[in-house]
Design a protein around this ligand. Structure first.
Ligand code: SAM
Length: 262
């Protein structure tokens, strides 16, 4: 039946059709009755049909004009479901402790993750399907090649956990790459930081990965200041920990640096 479905590339549509994968995702998310849940891109409701059984408050965020009426029809009379016909990139999470799930459209996954990063104080946890390579980048520890801007920014706000890999055969149409499930859980004890300032700093720091941190940040901090922060000025950007980046951001902020209050 799923094979008759027309998939729109512009919306990153690859629909899940493997029931065992769907169940594993639901189990990993573990929805509970009292939860306030947002599902990004419900599509043909592969995950939604399970979620709706477990929760009192399920919000569906779908952009596709053709899919929204189908979802409305499918969930008519279900008063635990609210359908929002909107772009997930514009979602403003209203309440604390929100839980988010989604087989994300890969074409917008990075900006979507950054949008949720800025709303992390409202988020309890998120379980997403992403391209495997993106999951590896998010979860990479300092010191390895995959560690970069996305790792630093997301690891600052979330505990990032790689879960299982999902092969192309689980979808219609089949994507060209492997996918992977990731769990992101908000960190409660994260040090305060100006996120915009940290994002700008990290962008600069990883601008040229082969150069030293001193070189990449020369317009922002001096060699001496890096030393004071316990950072080797000759280190490459991928060897600095998330904490180092937090410390540099806060140092610049307290010194009245230009990026501190953008
Ligand atoms: N959840 C379904 C599944 O697993 O089979 C569909 C997943 S499909 C990879 C991505 C879904 O996100 C599609 O339904 C697509 O229309 C929707 N989508 C794409 N861009 C979106 C956006 N900016 N905001 C909200 N939904 C979007």
């Amino acid at each position: 039946m799923q094979n008759k479905i027309r998939a729109k590339k512009k919306f990153g549509q690859n629909f899940l059709q493997d029931q065992s994968v769907i169940e594993r995702i639901i189990n990993a998310f573990n929805p509970q009755k009292g939860d306030e849940i947002y599902e990004i891109g419900p599509g043909h409701a592969a995950l939604t049909e399970h979620l709706v059984e477990y929760t009192d408050n399920l919000n569906l965020i779908e952009i596709d004009n053709d899919l929204v009426p189908k979802l409305q029809e499918k969930f008519t009379g279900k008063n635990n479901v609210t359908i929002h016909h909107q772009d997930a990139l514009l979602l403003k999470i209203p309440n604390n402790n929100t839980r988010i799930i989604g087989n994300l459209p890969y074409n917008i996954s990075t900006p979507l993750l950054i949008s949720f990063l800025y709303q992390s104080s409202k988020i309890k946890d998120m379980v997403f399907m992403l391209q495997k390579e993106v999951v590896k980048r998010i979860c990479a520890p300092a010191g390895i090649k995959a560690y970069g801007r996305l790792s630093v920014m997301l690891q600052y706000a979330f505990e990032c956990e790689e879960l299982f890999i999902v092969p192309p055969e689980a979808f219609y149409p089949r994507p060209k790459i492997d996918s992977q499930i990731i769990r992101l859980t908000s960190r409660e004890t994260t040090a305060e930081v100006d996120l915009l300032a940290m994002e700008a700093l990290v962008k600069q720091a990883f601008g040229q990965r082969r150069k030293t941190i001193k070189n990449n940040l020369k317009k922002i901090v001096s060699e001496q200041q890096l030393i004071e922060l316990g950072i080797d000025p000759k280190a490459r950007p991928e060897t600095l920990t998330v904490e180092h980046y937090i410390n540099i951001t806060n140092y610049i902020g307290s010194a009245g640096g230009s990026h501190a209050n953008e």
